[in-house]
Ligand binder design. Structure first.
Ligand code: AGP
Length: 620
C-alpha cells in the first residue's frame, strides 16, 4: 500500500529518496516524508500531506542534506492523512526515526503501556509506537559499554520487533549512530540493494532500476543492518543469516504500474492481497462471528434495526446489491438498495428502526455525500463502507468499515468492488449471528470466507483464456450479461465494466427477465455472457441459455469446473472453482473484469482513463 525507500552512501540521500518516492507514488498518495542523519546532531525530517511535489518543494526550501536517509509515501490506514501522521515518525527523545508499511495490530496496547511510562504521542498512527519502543529499549539496554553499534542496534531492534503483532516492512534511523540504518520485514515487502559505496532499501525493487542490479529480498522475520560500505543480515529470533544475492531485471518504464501495462490490470491482480487486507482482524473465532471496531453502534441498537437502506453509485451500488442478497439471506433483515442520486431527492417512508449504509470507494462522490447528509438530517443512524481513510463520507457517517483494499487508480473499480462484497459478507455474518444464525453455521461461514484469497488466485489463473475469448468477441457492438440470484449484481457489474472501458453497449439483466424484452436483441452478433455456477437456480439459468441458443445468439458461460451439461450448451466457457453460493459474486466477477479489460485493449481504448469518466465524481 505505502512505499519505503532508504539510502546510505556518499551522495546526498535526498535525491534517491525523492526519485524513489515519486516512483512509488502510485502505491500511496495522501502524504509523504523523508528523514536524514549526518548533517548535525539531530535526525532532520521533512513531511507533508499531499503529493510528492509538495514534499519536494519543502525539502528544497529546508536545504536538507546528509548521507543516510529514509523516505515514505503513505496511504492512510490509522489516522487522517495529515502532516502529523505522515512518516517518518520520531521517538519521544528524537533518537530514532521510522518509516513503516503494514499494520501493527497490538499498537494500542503498546501505546497505552508506553504512555503509562510517560511517553507522549504526537500522531494517531500505529507506526509511532515502533519508534518509541526502539528508543525506549535503546535507552534501557545501552548498559554494556563494550557493545559495538553493529551488535547493539540489531539486538535492540530485534527486541522491539519481538513485541509487535502484525505486519511490517520498515527502515530505522538512529541519531547517535548517523552512519547506519536498519531494515526489517514481516509480511510487507522489503528489498536491500547493494551498490558500490552505497546501499539501498526499498519496498519495491523497481525503484532500484538504474542504481544497482544486485539485490537481497528480505524474508519474513529478517532484518538488515547497513552502512554505505557494509551490511549484515539477521533473523529476528536466531541471529546472523547468510545473504542470498539475486540479480534485478526490471525495465524502468514499467515501474509505476508495478510491471503491468495498466493500473486496471495491476489492481485486478492485487485482489487476493486486497481481500486478505479487507478480512484482516474481522473474524471473532470464539463467537463464530465477524467483528468491527468502528461501527459505533452497539448490538442492542442493531437488534432493533428492522430495515437497512443502502445508498451508493455505480460499482458501489452493485456491491450494495450483492450485500442485499447476502444480508437478507443470512440475517433476514430486509435490505433496500437505492441510487444516491435518487435517494437525495426522494422522501421514502422510513421508520425509526432504519439503518443507512453509504457505500463508496472514494468517500467523495457528491451524490452519495448528499444522500448521507439528507438521511442524517432526518435523524437516521448512518454507517459508511469506504476505501479512502479520512474521506468526507468516512468522517461524516456515524461509524463505518474501511475496505483496506489499497489505492485504486484505474478509473474502473475492480479490487474495491471485490472488497466491498467481502465486507458485505462479513456484515451478513455479523448481523446473522446477532439473530438466528447458529454458532456452527457461523464457523462454516468463516471457514468459507477464509478461502477467498486462494479462490481469487484460482480465478485469476484464467486470464490467458479470457483474453482469447475477449479478442474473439471484441468486434461485437452489443452484449447481454445474465445471471440469477447472488450473481445477478455481478452480471450488472460485468456489463458496467465492459461499457465504461471499451465503449461497447452492454446490458446486465436478471436472466429470468431476459424473455420480457431483451431477447428481441438476440442475433449472431449479440453475445450473452452468463454467470452460471452450480447453484439452486442453475437449471433455470440453463433454460435461459437454451432460449438464446435457439435464436442464434452466441453464449459465453462462466461455469463451475467440471459442469459438463452447461459446458455443452455454451460456445465458450470459463471454468472456475466451486464456491459457496453467497460468495460466488466475489469470485465470478473476476473473469468479467478481465473480459472487459482485454476487450478494451483489443479495441485500442485508454483503459485507465476512459473517455468522459473520472475516478471520483465530485459534482452532481
Ligand atoms: C466504476 O468502475 C466507476 N468508477 C464508478 O461507477 C464508481 O463506482 C462510482 O462513481 C462511485 O464511486 P465511489 O465508489 O467512489 O463512490
Amino acid at each position: 500500500m505505502c512505499g519505503i525507500v532508504g539510502y546510505a552512501g556518499r551522495q546526498n540521500p535526498v535525491d534517491f529518496l525523492l526519485r524513489g518516492l515519486r516512483m512509488l507514488e502510485y502505491r500511496g498518495y495522501d502524504s509523504a516524508g523523508v528523514a536524514v542523519t549526518g548533517s548535525g546532531k539531530n535526525i532532520r525530517t521533512v513531511k507533508s500531506a499531499g503529493r510528492i511535489d509538495v514534499l519536494h518543494k519543502l525539502v528544497q526550501e529546508a536545504g536538507l542534506q546528509g548521507h543516510i536517509g529514509i523516505g515514505h509515501t503513505r496511504w492512510a490506514t490509522h489516522g487522517l492523512p495529515t502532516k502529523e501522521n505522515a512518516h517518518p515518525h520520531k521517538s519521544f527523545d528524537g533518537a530514532v526515526a521510522v518509516v513503516h508499511n503494514g499494520v501493527i495490530e497490538n499498537h494500542q496496547t503498546i501505546r497505552e503501556e508506553l504512555q503509562r511510562k510517560g511517553i507522549e504521542y504526537v500522531s494517531q498512527t500505529d507506526t509511532e509506537s515502533i519508534a518509541h519502543l526502539i528508543a525506549y529499549y535503546l535507552r534501557e539496554e545501552r548498559g554494556n559499554a563494550g557493545e559495538k553499534p553493529e551488535e547493539l542496534l540489531p539486538r535492540i531492534v530485534r527486541l522491539a520487533l519481538s513485541q509487535l503483532n502484525g505486519t511490517y516492512g520498515m527502515a530505522v534511523l538512529f541519531r547517535d549512530y548517523p552512519d547506519v540504518m536498519i531494515g526489517a520485514k514481516l509480511g510487507s515487502p522489503l528489498i536491500f540493494g547493494i551498490g558500490k559505496g552505497e546501499n539501498f532499501l526499498t519496498s519495491d525493487a523497481a525503484t532500484l532500476a538504474g542504481c544497482t542490479d544486485r539485490i537481497i529480498t528480505l524474508a519474513d522475520h529478517e532484518l538488515v543492518f547497513l552502512s554505505a560500505d557494509d551490511y549484515a543480515l539477521y533473523h529476528r529470533d536466531s541471529g546472523a543469516v547468510p545473504p542470498h544475492i539475486e540479480t534485478l531485471a526490471i525495465d524502468v518504464s514499467q515501474v509505476d504500474k508495478g510491471g503491468f501495462p495498466h493500473y486496471m490490470l495491476k489492481e485486478i491482480f492485487e485482489q487476493p492481497e486486497a481481500v486478505r487486507n479487507t478480512l484482516r482482524g474481522h473474524f471473532d473465532y470464539d463467537s463464530a462471528t465477524a467483528k468491527f471496531n468502528g461501527l459505533n453502534i452497539l448490538p442492542p441498537k442493531l437488534l432493533s434495526v428492522r430495515r437497512i437502506l443502502m445508498t451508493a453509485c455505480g460499482t458501489s451500488w452493485h456491491a450494495s446489491m450483492v450485500g442485499e442478497y447476502q444480508i437478507e439471506t443470512l440475517s433476514r433483515i430486509p435490505v433496500e438498495v437505492e441510487y444516491a442520486s435518487e435517494l437525495r431527492y426522494r422522501n421514502p417512508p422510513l421508520d425509526e428502526h432504519t439503518l443507512l449504509f453509504a457505500i463508496t470507494q472514494s468517500g467523495e462522490t457528491a451524490d452519495t455525500i448528499a444522500a448521507l447528509r439528507e438521511m442524517k438530517r432526518r435523524g437516521f443512524p448512518t454507517l459508511s463502507i469506504c476505501n479512502v481513510v479520512g474521506s468526507t463520507i468516512a468522517r461524516e457517517a456515524d461509524g463505518g468499515i474501511y475496505l483496506h483494499a489499497g489505492p485504486e487508480i484505474g478509473v474502473a473499480s475492480t479490487k474495491t468492488f471485490t472488497s466491498q462484497c467481502t465486507v458485505m459478507a462479513l456484515l451478513a455474518l455479523y448481523l446473522g449471528r446477532l439473530r438466528h444464525l447458529s454458532f456452527e453455521r457461523g464457523r462454516e461461514i468463516i471457514a468459507s470466507m477464509e478461502q477467498l484469497p486462494a479462490l481469487i488466485e484460482q480465478a485469476l489463473s484464467v486470464n490467458d483464456h479470457v483474453k482469447k475469448i475477449a479478442q474473439k468477441y471484441a468486434h461485437c457492438g452489443d452484449f447481454l450479461f445474465l445471471a440469477r440470484q447472488f450473481n445477478f449484481p455481478a452480471a450488472l457489474e460485468g456489463a458496467l465494466k465492459l461499457k465504461e472501458i471499451s465503449y461497447v453497449h452492454a446490458e446486465g439483466y436478471a436472466a429470468g427477465e431476459m424473455k420480457h424484452g431483451p431477447i428481441a436483441l438476440i442475433d449472431k452478433n449479440t453475445p450473452s455472457v452468463f454467470v452460471a455456477p452450480k447453484s439452486y437456480v442453475l437449471d433455470k439459468t440453463i433454460s435461459n441459455m437454451q432460449e438464446i441458443k435457439a435464436r442464434g445468439g452466441p453464449v459465453i458461460a462462466l461455469i463451475t469446473e467440471g459442469d459438463r451439461e452447461t459446458k455443452a450448451l455454451a460456445d465458450d466457457v470459463i471454468e472456475l472453482p466451486e464456491v459457496t453460493e453467497f460468495l460466488q459474486p466475489i469470485i465470478y466477477n473476476i473473469p468479467l473484469q478481465l473480459f472487459a479489460y482485454h476487450a478494451a485493449v483489443a479495441r485500442g481504448c485508454d483503459v485507465d482513463k476512459p473517455r468522459n469518466l473520472a475516478k471520483s465524481v465530485t459534482v452532481e
